[in-house]
Write a protein that binds this ligand. Structure first.
Ligand code: IPD
Length: 275
């Protein structure tokens, strides 16, 4: 049975090349436009980096399938089948990229028969590389990752992201959720502008949990393997199993903290990636 380790090596190589392209592009003038909402940004670099990643992988693996953030935005169906599928965010943290705020990553996940097999996340500004393969552990620059074992939410640092909707009803729910999480009381809540790098902080044990409504399958795929292999849990905001296409997630070092977070959240409906 294939162990996909060769594909992981290829993913690491292309993530590094893509990350270097992003770190060069950040110094140039950016052509910025918006997608689903005025705050859902995209630049020429997002398209160029996705093209580099997908064309390189397609040449090497012509029978594999691809889900990419910008291809999906351009109308390519976002569909997870049983075929080996690469799930790609060329620039996670596009708004950060536009402002040169140094939290930007390339994220490449890989699934077979709808099961996530490995994930690679490359921090474009400092070159940190997060990797994991199912059953083989998670690593940061080659050093094994371990989630926080904290079970007491009053000692937790929790991360979230805002999502692209800014209508008043959505913001009321978003702020209500954050108020509940803060008033546990937790040590604090952080928003860094990149779902993938936030999830890597949970995998590293630098934060106890992460929750979000409004992210996409390309924000979760690679990070989910990395967190699980670091000993953590990744679940739906209802507490059920993660649904990659559901645009919502709770991740934590321990089940106790994940379940606490789940109980505080009022849902925000962002629809699904595969509809
Ligand atoms: C977004 C960022 C953002 C999060 C969004 C993501 P993008 O990814 O991670 O922080 O709030 O939900 O989709 O658009 O920069 O690749």
């Amino acid at each position: 049975m294939a162990d996909w380790s060769e594909c992981l090596d290829v993913a690491v190589d292309i993530a590094r090349r893509a990350g270097q392209m992003v770190s060069c592009a950040v110094q140039l003038e950016k052509r910025v436009s918006s997608k689903s909402t005025p705050t859902d940004l995209v630049t020429e670099a997002d398209h160029q980096v996705e093209e580099l990643i997908i064309s390189t992988l397609r040449e090497k693996y012509p029978t594999h399938r691809f889900i990419g953030e910008e291809s999906s935005a351009a109308g390519v169906k976002c569909e997870l089948t049983d075929s080996p599928t690469w799930i790609i965010d060329p620039i996670d943290g596009t708004c950060n990229f536009v402002h040169s705020f140094p939290m930007v990553a390339v994220s490449i996940g890989f699934a077979v028969r709808k099961e996530l097999e490995f994930g690679v996340i490359y921090h474009c500004f400092d070159g940190t590389l997060y990797t994991a393969r199912k059953g083989h552990g998670a690593f940061c620059n080659g050093v094994r990752l371990q989630v926080s074992k904290e079970k007491d939410v009053s000692k937790a640092l929790i991360l979230t992201e805002i999502g692209a909707k800014r209508d008043s009803a959505t913001l009321d729910i978003f702020l209500g959720n954050m108020k509940k999480i803060l008033s546990a009381p937790t040590h604090g809540v952080r928003i860094i502008g990149s779902s993938t790098l936030s999830l890597c902080q949970v995998a590293s044990g630098a934060a106890e949990a992460y929750y979000q409504y409004g992210l996409h399958c390309w924000d979760i795929a690679a990070a989910a393997v990395i967190i699980r292999e670091a000993g953590g849990c990744v679940m739906d905001t209802t507490g059920g199993p993660l649904d990659l296409m559901s645009r919502r997630v709770v991740a934590a070092g321990t089940r106790e903290i994940a379940e606490y977070v789940v109980k505080q959240l009022q849902p925000i409906n962002y629809g699904r990636d595969d509809l």
